[in-house]
Design a protein. Structure first.
Length: 126
């Protein structure tokens, strides 16, 4: 799990990013990003609606998986940003870990907060 230092605390903390952040939409999720010059480290939140995944254990599983991917790749995320990942496709439950990592890397790279270039998937290697 990602350390509490890098997560949002409470709904009021998200108010600024929902009002001022830029949104990037992808196949399984959206990424909302806002630069936060007051913070040295970035912080992140995962939002999954009850309309997307009804059962809370499944929503929590997706949230834990995404936080784990972000924890493993935290050094590639630019500091000083507020990030909200909104999941809106229940197919994310069935993704393998590698597919989830690729989707998150691609989304954060296109949002401009990923420091390294994502590796292209080689179709011949599969």
């Amino acid at each position: 799990m990602l350390s509490a230092k890098y997560r949002f605390h409470g709904h009021a903390a998200l108010k600024y990013i929902f009002g001022h952040g830029r949104t990037y939409r992808f196949k399984f999720m959206s990424v909302r990003v806002a630069a936060n010059p007051r913070r040295q480290a970035s912080r992140v939140a995962i939002v999954i609606s009850k309309k997307v995944i009804k059962a809370s254990p499944k929503r929590n599983r997706v949230r834990r998986r995404v936080y784990e991917v972000l924890r493993q790749e935290w050094n590639n995320i630019k500091p000083g940003h507020d990030i909200v990942l909104g999941v809106y496709d229940p197919a994310i439950l069935l993704m393998t870990h590698e597919e989830l990592v690729q989707e998150i890397e691609k989304a954060l790279h296109q949002a401009g907060i990923w420091t390294s270039v994502p590796e292209p998937v080689d179709a011949a290697a599969e």
